[in-house]
Design a protein around this ligand. Structure first.
Ligand code: SF4
Length: 370
Protein backbone atom coordinates (compact mmCIF):
# COMPACT_ATOMS: atom_id res chain seq x y z
CA UNK A 1 0.00 0.00 0.00
CA UNK A 2 1.38 3.44 -0.95
CA UNK A 3 1.89 5.57 2.16
CA UNK A 4 1.57 9.39 2.25
CA UNK A 5 5.36 9.54 2.74
CA UNK A 6 5.72 8.44 -0.87
CA UNK A 7 3.46 11.18 -2.29
CA UNK A 8 6.24 13.79 -2.75
CA UNK A 9 8.34 11.25 -4.68
CA UNK A 10 5.41 10.32 -6.91
CA UNK A 11 4.61 14.01 -7.52
CA UNK A 12 8.24 14.76 -8.43
CA UNK A 13 8.42 11.80 -10.81
CA UNK A 14 5.24 13.02 -12.47
CA UNK A 15 6.43 16.62 -12.80
CA UNK A 16 9.78 15.61 -14.28
CA UNK A 17 8.10 13.29 -16.75
CA UNK A 18 5.65 16.03 -17.77
CA UNK A 19 8.41 18.58 -18.38
CA UNK A 20 10.10 16.13 -20.73
CA UNK A 21 7.06 14.64 -22.45
CA UNK A 22 4.19 17.13 -22.61
CA UNK A 23 2.58 17.66 -25.99
CA UNK A 24 3.04 21.15 -27.48
CA UNK A 25 -0.64 22.14 -27.44
CA UNK A 26 -1.68 25.64 -28.55
CA UNK A 27 -3.19 26.67 -25.19
CA UNK A 28 0.04 25.64 -23.44
CA UNK A 29 1.98 28.55 -24.94
CA UNK A 30 0.60 31.24 -22.60
CA UNK A 31 -2.09 29.52 -20.49
CA UNK A 32 -4.42 32.48 -21.14
CA UNK A 33 -7.68 31.80 -19.23
CA UNK A 34 -9.76 32.24 -22.39
CA UNK A 35 -7.64 29.66 -24.24
CA UNK A 36 -7.69 27.19 -21.34
CA UNK A 37 -11.46 27.56 -20.96
CA UNK A 38 -12.26 26.98 -24.65
CA UNK A 39 -9.85 24.04 -24.85
CA UNK A 40 -11.37 22.39 -21.77
CA UNK A 41 -14.91 22.72 -23.13
CA UNK A 42 -13.91 21.53 -26.61
CA UNK A 43 -11.99 18.53 -25.34
CA UNK A 44 -14.94 17.13 -23.42
CA UNK A 45 -16.03 14.15 -25.55
CA UNK A 46 -13.53 15.09 -28.29
CA UNK A 47 -10.21 13.51 -29.27
CA UNK A 48 -7.14 15.71 -28.85
CA UNK A 49 -6.12 15.95 -32.51
CA UNK A 50 -9.61 16.94 -33.58
CA UNK A 51 -9.88 19.33 -30.63
CA UNK A 52 -6.68 21.15 -31.67
CA UNK A 53 -7.97 21.66 -35.22
CA UNK A 54 -11.25 23.10 -33.96
CA UNK A 55 -9.45 25.17 -31.31
CA UNK A 56 -7.15 26.83 -33.85
CA UNK A 57 -10.04 27.59 -36.19
CA UNK A 58 -12.10 28.99 -33.30
CA UNK A 59 -9.27 31.28 -32.15
CA UNK A 60 -8.74 32.63 -35.67
CA UNK A 61 -12.38 33.68 -35.80
CA UNK A 62 -12.89 34.58 -32.12
CA UNK A 63 -9.65 35.83 -30.56
CA UNK A 64 -11.11 36.84 -27.19
CA UNK A 65 -14.11 36.50 -24.86
CA UNK A 66 -15.71 39.70 -26.18
CA UNK A 67 -15.71 38.31 -29.72
CA UNK A 68 -17.61 35.23 -28.45
CA UNK A 69 -20.07 37.40 -26.50
CA UNK A 70 -20.80 39.48 -29.60
CA UNK A 71 -21.01 36.55 -32.05
CA UNK A 72 -24.30 35.30 -33.46
CA UNK A 73 -25.28 31.86 -32.11
CA UNK A 74 -25.65 30.45 -35.64
CA UNK A 75 -22.00 31.33 -36.37
CA UNK A 76 -20.85 29.64 -33.15
CA UNK A 77 -22.89 26.53 -33.97
CA UNK A 78 -21.32 26.46 -37.42
CA UNK A 79 -17.80 26.65 -35.92
CA UNK A 80 -18.77 23.82 -33.56
CA UNK A 81 -20.39 21.66 -36.23
CA UNK A 82 -19.02 18.11 -36.06
CA UNK A 83 -17.99 18.28 -32.39
CA UNK A 84 -21.46 17.33 -31.13
CA UNK A 85 -22.92 17.99 -27.67
CA UNK A 86 -24.02 21.45 -28.78
CA UNK A 87 -25.14 22.56 -25.32
CA UNK A 88 -21.41 23.11 -24.74
CA UNK A 89 -21.17 25.88 -27.33
CA UNK A 90 -24.46 27.43 -26.23
CA UNK A 91 -23.13 27.58 -22.68
CA UNK A 92 -19.84 29.07 -23.93
CA UNK A 93 -21.90 31.80 -25.56
CA UNK A 94 -23.94 32.45 -22.38
CA UNK A 95 -20.81 32.45 -20.21
CA UNK A 96 -19.00 34.86 -22.58
CA UNK A 97 -21.91 37.30 -22.32
CA UNK A 98 -21.78 37.09 -18.50
CA UNK A 99 -18.00 37.67 -18.52
CA UNK A 100 -18.46 40.64 -20.88
CA UNK A 101 -21.20 42.28 -18.81
CA UNK A 102 -20.43 41.26 -15.22
CA UNK A 103 -16.63 40.93 -15.26
CA UNK A 104 -15.68 43.69 -17.75
CA UNK A 105 -14.62 41.09 -20.30
CA UNK A 106 -11.95 39.67 -17.97
CA UNK A 107 -12.14 35.96 -17.14
CA UNK A 108 -12.99 35.56 -13.41
CA UNK A 109 -10.23 34.20 -11.23
CA UNK A 110 -11.85 32.73 -8.14
CA UNK A 111 -12.97 29.10 -8.18
CA UNK A 112 -16.52 30.06 -7.11
CA UNK A 113 -16.87 32.72 -9.86
CA UNK A 114 -15.55 30.29 -12.47
CA UNK A 115 -17.84 27.51 -11.23
CA UNK A 116 -20.85 29.84 -11.41
CA UNK A 117 -20.49 30.28 -15.20
CA UNK A 118 -22.85 28.24 -17.44
CA UNK A 119 -21.41 24.93 -18.64
CA UNK A 120 -18.66 24.82 -16.01
CA UNK A 121 -18.84 21.92 -13.56
CA UNK A 122 -16.53 20.86 -10.78
CA UNK A 123 -13.89 19.35 -13.08
CA UNK A 124 -13.74 22.28 -15.53
CA UNK A 125 -13.66 24.89 -12.76
CA UNK A 126 -10.74 23.02 -11.17
CA UNK A 127 -8.97 22.74 -14.54
CA UNK A 128 -9.29 26.48 -15.26
CA UNK A 129 -8.39 27.55 -11.70
CA UNK A 130 -5.29 25.37 -11.70
CA UNK A 131 -4.12 25.46 -15.34
CA UNK A 132 -4.92 29.10 -16.12
CA UNK A 133 -4.38 30.64 -12.66
CA UNK A 134 -2.10 28.03 -11.05
CA UNK A 135 -4.28 27.81 -7.96
CA UNK A 136 -3.85 24.81 -5.65
CA UNK A 137 -7.02 23.05 -6.83
CA UNK A 138 -7.21 19.47 -8.04
CA UNK A 139 -9.12 18.39 -11.17
CA UNK A 140 -10.06 14.78 -11.71
CA UNK A 141 -11.03 13.53 -15.16
CA UNK A 142 -11.30 9.96 -16.52
CA UNK A 143 -7.54 9.84 -17.15
CA UNK A 144 -6.77 10.76 -13.54
CA UNK A 145 -9.31 8.23 -12.29
CA UNK A 146 -7.64 5.50 -14.34
CA UNK A 147 -4.14 6.38 -13.09
CA UNK A 148 -5.29 6.38 -9.46
CA UNK A 149 -7.32 3.18 -9.86
CA UNK A 150 -4.10 1.45 -10.96
CA UNK A 151 -1.62 3.23 -8.73
CA UNK A 152 -3.68 2.43 -5.61
CA UNK A 153 -5.23 -0.81 -6.93
CA UNK A 154 -8.84 0.34 -6.42
CA UNK A 155 -10.80 -2.90 -6.82
CA UNK A 156 -14.33 -1.47 -7.17
CA UNK A 157 -15.67 0.89 -9.90
CA UNK A 158 -13.92 4.27 -9.56
CA UNK A 159 -17.19 6.20 -9.94
CA UNK A 160 -18.41 4.84 -6.61
CA UNK A 161 -18.71 7.68 -4.14
CA UNK A 162 -16.10 6.47 -1.67
CA UNK A 163 -13.59 5.94 -4.51
CA UNK A 164 -14.16 9.41 -5.96
CA UNK A 165 -13.69 10.89 -2.49
CA UNK A 166 -10.51 8.87 -2.00
CA UNK A 167 -9.08 10.01 -5.35
CA UNK A 168 -9.87 13.70 -4.71
CA UNK A 169 -8.46 13.56 -1.16
CA UNK A 170 -5.31 11.69 -2.19
CA UNK A 171 -4.66 13.88 -5.23
CA UNK A 172 -5.09 16.98 -3.04
CA UNK A 173 -2.58 15.63 -0.52
CA UNK A 174 -0.17 14.74 -3.31
CA UNK A 175 -0.41 18.12 -5.05
CA UNK A 176 2.79 20.14 -4.44
CA UNK A 177 1.77 23.65 -3.42
CA UNK A 178 2.31 26.21 -6.20
CA UNK A 179 2.65 23.52 -8.90
CA UNK A 180 -1.02 22.76 -9.65
CA UNK A 181 -0.75 23.86 -13.28
CA UNK A 182 1.86 21.24 -14.08
CA UNK A 183 0.73 18.60 -11.59
CA UNK A 184 -2.86 18.37 -12.86
CA UNK A 185 -1.77 18.38 -16.48
CA UNK A 186 0.91 15.79 -15.72
CA UNK A 187 -1.62 13.38 -14.25
CA UNK A 188 -4.02 13.84 -17.17
CA UNK A 189 -1.21 13.61 -19.73
CA UNK A 190 0.14 10.43 -18.15
CA UNK A 191 -3.35 8.92 -18.32
CA UNK A 192 -3.68 9.95 -21.97
CA UNK A 193 -0.22 8.90 -23.22
CA UNK A 194 1.13 6.18 -20.91
CA UNK A 195 -1.42 4.87 -18.42
CA UNK A 196 -3.97 4.71 -21.23
CA UNK A 197 -6.65 2.03 -21.60
CA UNK A 198 -3.87 -0.27 -22.76
CA UNK A 199 -1.13 0.77 -20.32
CA UNK A 200 2.52 1.24 -21.35
CA UNK A 201 4.06 0.41 -17.98
CA UNK A 202 7.56 -0.05 -19.41
CA UNK A 203 7.84 3.70 -19.99
CA UNK A 204 5.91 4.89 -16.94
CA UNK A 205 7.65 7.11 -14.38
CA UNK A 206 5.42 5.76 -11.58
CA UNK A 207 6.11 2.09 -12.14
CA UNK A 208 8.14 1.49 -8.94
CA UNK A 209 5.21 2.66 -6.77
CA UNK A 210 2.31 1.31 -8.81
CA UNK A 211 0.32 -1.37 -7.00
CA UNK A 212 -1.55 -2.69 -10.04
CA UNK A 213 1.77 -3.01 -11.90
CA UNK A 214 3.33 -5.05 -9.08
CA UNK A 215 0.26 -7.27 -8.91
CA UNK A 216 0.39 -7.72 -12.72
CA UNK A 217 -3.20 -6.48 -13.16
CA UNK A 218 -3.08 -2.96 -14.72
CA UNK A 219 -5.56 -3.98 -17.41
CA UNK A 220 -8.04 -5.15 -14.79
CA UNK A 221 -8.18 -1.62 -13.37
CA UNK A 222 -10.31 0.45 -13.35
CA UNK A 223 -13.03 -2.11 -12.59
CA UNK A 224 -15.79 -1.48 -15.17
CA UNK A 225 -19.38 -0.64 -14.26
CA UNK A 226 -21.94 -3.07 -15.70
CA UNK A 227 -23.06 -1.48 -18.97
CA UNK A 228 -26.67 -0.69 -19.76
CA UNK A 229 -27.90 -1.92 -23.12
CA UNK A 230 -27.60 0.44 -26.09
CA UNK A 231 -30.96 1.35 -27.55
CA UNK A 232 -31.55 1.18 -31.32
CA UNK A 233 -33.95 3.54 -33.05
CA UNK A 234 -35.14 3.50 -36.69
CA UNK A 235 -36.04 6.91 -38.11
CA UNK A 236 -37.22 8.01 -41.55
CA UNK A 237 -36.57 11.33 -43.25
CA UNK A 238 -36.39 12.77 -46.73
CA UNK A 239 -35.53 15.55 -49.12
CA UNK A 240 -38.77 17.09 -50.37
CA UNK A 241 -37.99 18.80 -53.69
CA UNK A 242 -40.11 21.48 -55.30
CA UNK A 243 -39.25 24.01 -58.02
CA UNK A 244 -35.58 23.02 -57.84
CA UNK A 245 -35.32 23.57 -54.07
CA UNK A 246 -35.28 21.43 -50.93
CA UNK A 247 -37.46 21.93 -47.86
CA UNK A 248 -35.85 22.39 -44.41
CA UNK A 249 -37.29 23.57 -41.12
CA UNK A 250 -35.96 24.92 -37.83
CA UNK A 251 -36.35 22.95 -34.61
CA UNK A 252 -37.83 24.60 -31.51
CA UNK A 253 -35.46 26.29 -29.03
CA UNK A 254 -35.60 23.39 -26.56
CA UNK A 255 -34.84 19.68 -26.48
CA UNK A 256 -32.28 17.77 -28.52
CA UNK A 257 -30.65 19.78 -31.38
CA UNK A 258 -32.56 22.90 -30.27
CA UNK A 259 -32.60 25.64 -32.93
CA UNK A 260 -30.96 23.48 -35.63
CA UNK A 261 -32.24 23.30 -39.19
CA UNK A 262 -33.35 19.81 -40.19
CA UNK A 263 -35.30 17.69 -42.60
CA UNK A 264 -38.71 16.64 -41.27
CA UNK A 265 -38.93 13.05 -40.10
CA UNK A 266 -39.09 10.89 -37.02
CA UNK A 267 -39.24 7.43 -35.51
CA UNK A 268 -40.61 4.48 -37.44
CA UNK A 269 -43.52 3.24 -35.37
CA UNK A 270 -44.31 -0.38 -34.61
CA UNK A 271 -45.89 -2.15 -37.59
CA UNK A 272 -44.93 0.69 -39.95
CA UNK A 273 -42.42 0.64 -42.83
CA UNK A 274 -39.84 3.46 -43.07
CA UNK A 275 -41.62 4.57 -46.31
CA UNK A 276 -44.95 4.88 -44.49
CA UNK A 277 -43.21 6.65 -41.60
CA UNK A 278 -41.65 9.40 -43.75
CA UNK A 279 -44.98 10.14 -45.50
CA UNK A 280 -46.78 10.26 -42.14
CA UNK A 281 -44.09 12.43 -40.52
CA UNK A 282 -44.25 15.03 -43.31
CA UNK A 283 -48.03 15.18 -42.98
CA UNK A 284 -47.89 15.51 -39.18
CA UNK A 285 -45.11 18.09 -39.13
CA UNK A 286 -45.96 20.22 -42.20
CA UNK A 287 -49.32 19.01 -43.60
CA UNK A 288 -47.49 18.39 -46.89
CA UNK A 289 -48.82 15.33 -48.82
CA UNK A 290 -45.62 13.70 -50.10
CA UNK A 291 -44.71 10.66 -52.17
CA UNK A 292 -41.48 8.73 -52.47
CA UNK A 293 -39.52 9.10 -55.70
CA UNK A 294 -36.49 7.05 -54.68
CA UNK A 295 -34.66 5.69 -51.67
CA UNK A 296 -31.36 7.47 -51.10
CA UNK A 297 -29.56 5.40 -48.49
CA UNK A 298 -29.49 4.24 -44.89
CA UNK A 299 -27.26 6.23 -42.51
CA UNK A 300 -26.19 4.76 -39.19
CA UNK A 301 -25.20 7.18 -36.47
CA UNK A 302 -24.11 6.40 -32.90
CA UNK A 303 -24.70 8.52 -29.81
CA UNK A 304 -23.58 7.75 -26.25
CA UNK A 305 -26.61 5.71 -25.20
CA UNK A 306 -28.38 4.95 -28.45
CA UNK A 307 -27.85 4.13 -32.13
CA UNK A 308 -29.92 5.58 -34.92
CA UNK A 309 -30.58 3.96 -38.29
CA UNK A 310 -31.86 6.70 -40.57
CA UNK A 311 -33.76 5.74 -43.76
CA UNK A 312 -33.61 8.57 -46.28
CA UNK A 313 -35.71 9.25 -49.39
CA UNK A 314 -36.15 11.64 -52.28
CA UNK A 315 -39.69 13.05 -52.04
CA UNK A 316 -42.02 15.19 -54.14
CA UNK A 317 -45.55 16.46 -53.53
CA UNK A 318 -48.10 13.66 -54.01
CA UNK A 319 -50.50 16.17 -55.58
CA UNK A 320 -50.55 19.84 -56.55
CA UNK A 321 -49.78 21.77 -53.37
CA UNK A 322 -48.77 25.17 -52.09
CA UNK A 323 -45.12 25.44 -50.97
CA UNK A 324 -46.20 26.90 -47.65
CA UNK A 325 -46.30 24.40 -44.78
CA UNK A 326 -48.41 24.42 -41.63
CA UNK A 327 -45.68 24.14 -39.02
CA UNK A 328 -46.37 21.71 -36.18
CA UNK A 329 -42.83 20.78 -35.11
CA UNK A 330 -40.74 23.78 -36.17
CA UNK A 331 -40.43 27.52 -35.70
CA UNK A 332 -39.43 28.46 -39.29
CA UNK A 333 -38.87 26.94 -42.72
CA UNK A 334 -36.93 27.59 -45.92
CA UNK A 335 -36.74 26.20 -49.44
CA UNK A 336 -33.01 26.08 -50.25
CA UNK A 337 -30.72 25.02 -53.04
CA UNK A 338 -27.82 22.65 -52.40
CA UNK A 339 -25.33 25.46 -51.83
CA UNK A 340 -27.57 27.14 -49.25
CA UNK A 341 -28.20 23.79 -47.58
CA UNK A 342 -24.47 23.29 -47.20
CA UNK A 343 -24.20 26.56 -45.24
CA UNK A 344 -26.79 25.77 -42.54
CA UNK A 345 -26.02 23.90 -39.30
CA UNK A 346 -27.57 20.45 -39.35
CA UNK A 347 -27.68 17.64 -36.76
CA UNK A 348 -24.86 15.13 -37.22
CA UNK A 349 -26.96 12.42 -38.91
CA UNK A 350 -28.41 14.89 -41.43
CA UNK A 351 -24.92 16.27 -42.13
CA UNK A 352 -23.72 12.73 -42.97
CA UNK A 353 -26.67 12.37 -45.29
CA UNK A 354 -25.98 15.67 -46.99
CA UNK A 355 -22.31 14.79 -47.49
CA UNK A 356 -23.43 11.65 -49.28
CA UNK A 357 -26.04 13.48 -51.29
CA UNK A 358 -23.50 15.84 -52.80
CA UNK A 359 -22.03 12.87 -54.64
CA UNK A 360 -25.39 11.34 -55.63
CA UNK A 361 -25.97 12.01 -59.33
CA UNK A 362 -29.66 11.05 -59.08
CA UNK A 363 -30.33 14.31 -57.26
CA UNK A 364 -29.74 16.66 -60.19
CA UNK A 365 -32.51 15.47 -62.56
CA UNK A 366 -34.84 15.06 -59.60
CA UNK A 367 -34.29 18.67 -58.58
CA UNK A 368 -34.66 19.89 -62.17
CA UNK A 369 -37.95 18.04 -62.67
CA UNK A 370 -39.42 18.72 -59.25
S1 SF4 B 1 2.93 1.44 -14.04
FE1 SF4 B 1 1.44 0.98 -15.61
S2 SF4 B 1 -0.51 0.80 -14.56
FE2 SF4 B 1 0.90 1.81 -13.15
S3 SF4 B 1 0.54 3.98 -13.45
FE3 SF4 B 1 2.21 3.39 -14.80
S4 SF4 B 1 1.26 2.86 -16.78
FE4 SF4 B 1 -0.34 2.94 -15.20
Amino acid sequence: MISPDQYPTIANQLLTWFTQNKRPLPWRTDYAPYHVWVSEIMLQQTQMERGVTYFNRWMQMLPDVTAVAEAHEDDLLKLWEGLGYYSRVRNLHKAAKIIATEHDGIFPETYSDIRALPGIGEYTAGAIASIAFNQDVICVDANVERVFARLFDIDTPVKQKQNMEFIRKTATEMLPSGRAREFNQALMELGALVCSKKPHCARCPLQENCEAFHLGIPQERPVPIAKKGIKHIDVATGFLMHNGKIYIQKRPEFGVWAGFWELPGGSVEEGETPEEAVVREFMEETEFPVQIKDKILVVKHGYTTYRVTMHCYFLTFAKEHTAEPVLHAATAYQWVNMKELDAVTLPAGHRKLLDHLQTDLRLIPLLENS
